[in-house]
Design a protein around this ligand. Structure first.
Ligand SMILES: Cc1cc2nc3c(=O)[nH]c(=O)nc-3n(C[C@H](O)[C@H](O)[C@H](O)COP(=O)(O)OP(=O)(O)OC[C@H]3O[C@@H](n4cnc5c(N)ncnc54)[C@H](O)[C@@H]3O)c2cc1C
Length: 291
């Protein structure tokens, strides 16, 4: 590992000043579960590492105000998985957080690091996308809010500008009854990155939102407003045709060591069907009984 200077600012202003001074020579460090590996293998060689965990404005708090749940950038996925607020309003995000890596990884890995690392396999990305999350980013030019679908570019690349850092993720609480589920396929049970990751949400109007990852350079968000996927009596061919349209942007790599493209394409459809089935059952089970 190459040597580097280590900075641990406690305010956002100090962190931004450090980013401005050091430019491309600086890298932010949160839980370190992605970055430390890159420092060790030499694929990242910053001159300065800026630890963000003590910055007050990036606090790991998860709180609700005015119909928005805000998750601080340094919240670890173990706490997101256990949060009553998240489980109540965003069950699929809690499910996704609960399957990241291992207990040790989940206790270190932050939500900010998970999305800023921009791995196509990032488990929190699909659920954040179906819930319409907004990324709060701050730099020397001020704060901006980026819809998550405009955040990912390709593996390791986001639309964050140089000198900006993520302070929080905002999630609008759904205004109508919505159920959602996170699913993923791994080579083996337990500790592994996803070969396919998928989140599906269905609301009481019949709209289905689906986001999938690990099958292309970035996660993809699609929606279907026809109501066909949510209709119990719709023919299987009609549902299959909608899935074909929804999965049109999947482009799994031929070079991945995890799974071949044909397998990933097939599993996408299997997970999509399972997710829709699970959500129809959840919706029916939770439907208020008529007087
Ligand atoms: C053994 C192992 C298993 C794993 N399993 C999974 C898995 O199942 N699912 C999954 O999704 N991931 C998995 N990961 C990847 C990793 O744990 C996650 O991506 C994690 O959420 C990264 O968060 P972190 O806080 O550790 O990020 P760090 O490693 O600290 O940072 C990651 C990147 O994000 C940048 N960054 C961090 N915080 C900010 C911020 N606030 N603003 C701007 N940039 C920032 C850093 O500069 C760096 O480039 C695994 C990793 C390991 C080592």
């Amino acid at each position: 590992m190459k040597t580097f200077a280590y900075e641990r600012p406690t305010t956002l202003a100090d962190a931004i000043a450090l980013l401005d001074i050091h430019g491309p020579d600086a890298r932010l460090l949160a839980g370190g579960t992605d970055l430390i590996i890159r420092l060790r293998d030499g694929s990242a060689q910053p001159k300065v590492v800026i630890d963000v965990k003590r910055i007050a404005e990036l606090s790991p708090a998860i709180r609700e105000q005015d119909g928005i749940v805000t998750i601080g950038a340094t919240a670890v996925v173990a706490d997101i998985a256990a949060s009553a607020l998240v489980k109540h309003h965003f069950e699929a995000l809690a499910e996704a957080a609960a399957v990241v890596g291992s207990v040790q990884i989940r206790n270190r890995a932050t939500i900010g690091g998970n999305i800023c690392n921009a791995s196509p396999a990032a488990d929190t990305a699909p659920s954040l996308m179906v819930y319409g999350a907004v990324i709060v980013a701050t730099g020397s030019k001020g704060t901006r809010r980026i819809p998550i679908d405009d955040f990912f570019v390709r593996s390791g690349v986001t639309t964050l500008a140089r000198g900006e850092l993520v302070t929080a993720v905002e999630l609008p609480i759904p205004t109508c009854r919505t159920v959602a589920v996170h699913m993923r396929r791994t080579r083996r049970r337990g500790h592994d990155l996803a070969s396919v990751t998928l989140c599906c949400a269905m609301d009481e109007t019949g709209t289905t939102r689906l986001a999938y990852g690990s099958v292309g350079p970035r996660p993809v968000l699609v929606a279907d407003g026809t109501g066909v996927l949510a209709a119990g009596n719709a023919p299987a061919e009609a549902k299959a045709a909608i899935f074909e349209r929804m999965f049109a942007d999947a482009s799994p790599s031929k070079r991945s060591m995890r799974a071949g493209p044909e397998y990933r394409q097939a599993m996408l459809r299997v997970l999509g069907s399972r997710a829709v089935q699970a959500l129809m059952e959840r919706m029916a089970a939770e439907r208020p009984t008529e007087a």
